[in-house]
Design a protein around this ligand. Structure first.
Ligand code: PMV
Length: 315
């Protein structure tokens, strides 16, 4: 038997960090993917090596908690640069979750999206389902604590339930600028938590980000690229107030703004990447390079997690 699964990268357009406090977030899938090939084996292996505690945390958790069949050999092939803020760990989690589900005879993407969220949540010690739901579904998603129209699925952890909705993004060219400085999600989430707990101003800022994300949803539905850009700029300012921007991110945001509708940090921040919405991607990429960043020109992808392979299932 052999199963192949692949999943796209993602970018959070609006609502990173505020989503942790129940505000809405919007993310889109991007046209770079991770693919995996899964075959039965005499012992569990990833890319030819034994499962490592450090290097294969996501696969290890998945095999240890979501799989009780025979050992599996997993080969990965990634076109998503890792630690770049493009969601490579979410795409890997989605692919592994979907492959394991398919081996058990379950092709329902909602189930794989739930498993992928469990993998990220447990390995990272907390997460919202934004990245994994976006990668599983493809296109665009709105993650909200309110259940609205175009509802796809709901996921819960502890007291909190997130409802994931389908949104149809307009055609967009995005330039991602990687700062070359890693972004460590749990550290940034903890930093914002401290500020949020002690400051009414931080709590107001988080609320404002929620209002802004709902304005952005309208702009996305209307295909109003100019407005989407304006709101990205505002979202970046609010994220800076929360303390998750940094010198490197600000430098790339400033460099890309003359040729962009809008630009902002994306994901947890403190390093990682920014995104610029533009119709002059080469100029933006050049400006990012001049400031020492690594540019990736990407488009929104409508294709979420896909699986192919033999239908012979293992239970
Ligand atoms: O950088 P990423 O893709 O791990 O983004 C994290 C987004 C946060 O809102 C900061 C956390 C979360 O789990 O939603």
């Amino acid at each position: 038997m052999m199963i192949e699964a692949s999943s796209p990268a993602k970018a959070i357009l609006f609502g990173e960090h505020s989503v942790v406090y129940g505000e809405p977030a919007i993310a889109v899938a991007l046209d770079r993917r991770i693919s995996i090939k899964v075959t039965q084996s005499s012992e569990s292996r990833v890319d030819g090596g034994r499962l490592s505690m450090r290097r294969h945390r996501y696969v290890r958790w998945a095999l240890g908690n979501l799989w009780d069949g025979p050992p599996l050999d997993i080969r990965t092939r990634s076109y998503i640069p890792s630690a770049s803020g493009l969601g490579s760990s979410a795409a890997l989690s989605c692919s592994v979750a979907a492959a394991l589900r398919r081996l058990k005879g379950d092709n329902i993407i909602e189930h794989a999206a739930g498993d992928a969220f469990d993998i990220e949540y447990n390995v990272q010690g907390g997460a919202s389902p934004t990245d994994t739901s976006c990668s599983s579904h493809g296109g665009g998603v709105l993650v909200d604590i309110n259940k609205g129209e175009d509802h796809l699925w709901s996921l819960s952890k502890g007291e909190r339930t997130w409802h994931v909705h389908d949104i149809e993004p307009p055609e967009m060219t995005i330039v991602v600028g990687y700062t070359r400085k890693p972004s460590v999600t749990p550290i940034q989430v903890k930093k914002v938590r401290g500020f949020y707990d002690r400051s009414g101003f931080a709590r107001e800022t988080v609320k404002e980000m929620g209002v802004l994300a709902m304005d952005a949803l309208k702009a996305i539905k209307n295909g109003d690229i100019v407005r989407i850009g304006e709101l990205m700029n505002k979202n970046h300012s609010l994220l800076s107030i929360l303390g998750v921007s940094c010198r490197e991110l600000q430098s790339l945001v400033d460099a890309s703004s003359p040729h962009s509708y809008g630009s902002k940090l994306t994901g947890a921040g403190g390093g990682g990447s920014m995104i610029a919405l533009t119709d002059e991607p080469d100029k933006v990429a050049e400006s990012i390079k001049k400031r020492g960043g690594v540019p990736y020109i990407v488009n929104v992808s409508m294709v979420g997690t896909e699986t192919h392979g033999s239908e012979m299932t293992i239970s």
